[in-house]
Design a protein around this ligand. Structure first.
Ligand SMILES: NC(=O)c1ccc[n+]([C@@H]2O[C@H](COP(=O)([O-])OP(=O)(O)OC[C@H]3O[C@@H](n4cnc5c(N)ncnc54)[C@H](O)[C@@H]3O)[C@@H](O)[C@H]2O)c1
Length: 387
């Protein structure tokens, strides 16, 4: 197989639109040597929106339910861009039907579900991917290269955060993300899982943690048709719904390799439109990254001469294959959508040539273990071990 036939589920939502774009686009940058993809089916709970957007995938069928896509013999890869509570059920049905699966994060509502998915995929020899796209920006490959080469020595501390203010305003409308039935782990699985993916990529497995999860705004107005980032003037006649999952969390953790972690994230950080940072401190040096300078890594080394020590700023450039695919000059900036294009290029290549990639459902499982531990720890107000 050199052409992978894809069904995008949740096609009219944010991720559905990005994934559909990425399948069409990636060969422009990566060529067709690793295979190509054709979006053959789109599924949305909003058929009118799907109809309006179908120009993005010419010839694709508009299927009424995700079950139709899973049963479709013309589909090789099920791409899940649905609300979190559907991930496990849909991914399981797709794997059992013999489809490869690319699932947006968080992989599942619990680590036990994620484990089951990874095991089914393994038994059936199917390719899986979970949508932790941020670490696929080549600036993080550089960070990993420096760490793996021992240039910052033994890692002692990871500090990570991700803050957004989509719910900073207490009057910002309710959406599925605040509903504990549709997004059981709230911000922990939503935003926290991105920080956890950097931890897994750069430092390794977490062995224990203590978390303090919190809800800042208990009720939000329901406004039809207003979703992520939407702003609206309230009429005063709105119904109010309870926020039933965490708005944020502050976490201390230990990694299996002895390093420690300090992590915080929230969706109520008024004024922080999108803040994502990490710092990694080792015995010989350190690294620092902020999404505000998305292609830049700061690197401090004790090997530098005394009197000349300080953070050097390294802008990634075409020396990295996944940067070179897009741009011939350093610091022209690869952003979020390019990370998604890199992601689908890797998924298609892995299906066509059976090559390993990161992150698969195994990583999705590790990250769900951390999410579970955050939920348990905060409930118990105690440290929780992860085995
Ligand atoms: N990797 C990332 O950076 C990233 C960013 C945003 C969202 N996400 C994840 O992607 C997923 C989708 O998020 P989003 O922001 O695109 O949400 P969204 O609300 O914009 O889109 C959800 C889509 O699912 C559809 N849908 C809902 N229930 C359905 C059903 N039963 N059958 C068929 N379609 C249904 C809706 O019509 C909509 O098209 C979530 O799991 C989220 O956590 C990941």
């Amino acid at each position: 197989m050199t052409e992978v036939r894809v069904a995008v589920l949740g096609a009219s939502g944010w991720m559905g639109r990005v994934h559909t774009m990425a399948y069409q686009t990636f060969p422009h940058f990566f060529g067709d040597g690793g295979g190509t993809a054709r979006v053959v089916a789109l599924v949305s709970a909003n058929p009118q929106a799907a109809q309006e957007l179908s120009f993005r995938a010419p010839g694709a069928k508009l299927l009424p339910t995700w079950q139709d896509a899973v049963a479709d013999p013309d589909v090789d890869l099920i791409d899940i861009c649905l609300p979190d509570n559907l991930h496990y059920e849909v991914a399981k049905a797709a794997l059992l039907a013999g489809k490869h699966v690319f699932c947006e994060k968080p992989l599942a509502d619990t680590a036990a579900q994620a484990r089951e998915l990874a095991d089914i995929a393994h038994e059936k020899g199917l390719i899986t991917r979970v949508g932790h796209a941020f670490p696929r920006n080549p600036v993080h490959d550089l960070a990993k290269e420096i760490i793996d080469a021992g240039e910052i020595g033994e890692i002692k501390l990871f500090k990570g955060c991700q803050h957004v203010d989509m719910y900073g305003d207490p009057l910002a409308p309710y959406m599925w993300r605040a509903n504990g039935d549709l997004a059981p782990t709230g911000i922990i699985g939503d935003t926290g899982s991105h920080v956890f993916s950097f931890m897994e990529f750069l430092v390794g497995k977490v062995s224990s943690l203590i978390a303090d999860n919190f809800i800042v705004t208990e009720k939000r107005p329901v406004v039809d048709g207003v979703g992520y980032g939407g702003e609206t003037a309230l009429t005063g006649d709105e119904q109010w719904s309870d926020v039933t999952n965490p708005d944020g969390s502050n976490i201390l953790c230990h990694f299996a390799n002895g390093a420690r972690g300090l992590i915080d994230f929230s969706r109520v950080a008024t004024g922080r439109k999108f803040m994502q940072t990490y710092e990694v401190y080792g015995t010989k040096g350190s690294l620092a990254y902020t999404y505000d300078e998305v292609n830049r890594l700061r690197f401090y080394s004790n090997d530098d001469e005394v009197g000349r020590r300080g953070y050097r700023e390294i802008d990634v450039g075409p020396e990295h294959e996944t940067y070179r695919a897009f741009l011939p000059l350093p610091n022209f900036s690869l952003g979020y959508n390019e990370s998604k294009i890199i992601e689908v290029a890797e998924v298609v290549k892995s299906i066509v040539s059976n090559q390993p990639m990161w992150p698969t459902f195994e990583t999705g499982h590790h990250i769900c273990q951390i999410v579970d531990a955050c939920m348990d720890s905060s409930r118990q107000r105690a440290w929780v071990e992860i085995t």
